[in-house]
Design a binder for this molecule. Structure first.
Ligand code: SF4
Length: 141
């Protein structure tokens, strides 16, 4: 992994190295944003179909009773739009080879059954789909 360049406040440094963050919950997103802002190319691997993790499912957070979505929403948007972050959702790490500075990671990506380059996430296909499956976001209900 190469050293990242210093970036001025408010600027995003150009990618100078690559890192992988496994897990797209609040901790993984913040780690990715911090690394990406320092100029690293970040591959954020998340096994489910969306980033956000458990916090995205919560209403309030302990102990301050803050609105969870108010906290996490800006980070979801920032992570999704950051030019130095590549999201790999529906993906799992199968193995890691190599040594410090030269790792090779094998990642399995689940099929999407849609063209992700043109899908805008409007949800029209889900609304007319006759197949009902458990809603994983709502813990299978
Ligand atoms: S209907 Fe909407 S959500 Fe479904 S594949 Fe097409 S663009 Fe994507």
């Amino acid at each position: 992994m190469a050293r990242a360049m210093e970036a001025s406040p408010g600027m995003i440094a150009a990618p100078t190295g690559a890192v992988m963050v496994v897990g797209g919950g609040i901790a993984g997103m913040q780690a990715s944003l911090d690394l990406a802002d320092q100029g690293f190319k970040v591959y954020l691997v998340e096994k489910s179909s969306a980033i956000g993790g458990k916090m995205a499912q919560l209403d309030k957070t302990f102990p301050t009773n803050d609105c969870a979505m108010c906290t996490i929403s800006p980070k979801l948007v920032e992570t999704g739009r950051h030019p130095n972050i590549e999201l790999l959702t529906d993906s799992e790490v199968l193995g890691i080879d190599g040594d410090v500075g030269d790792y090779r990671v094998q990642v399995r990506r689940q099929p999407r059954y849609v063209d992700v380059d043109v899908c805008i996430g409007c949800g029209d296909c889900a609304r007319v789909c006759p197949v009902v499956i458990p809603d994983m976001f709502n813990e299978g209900s």
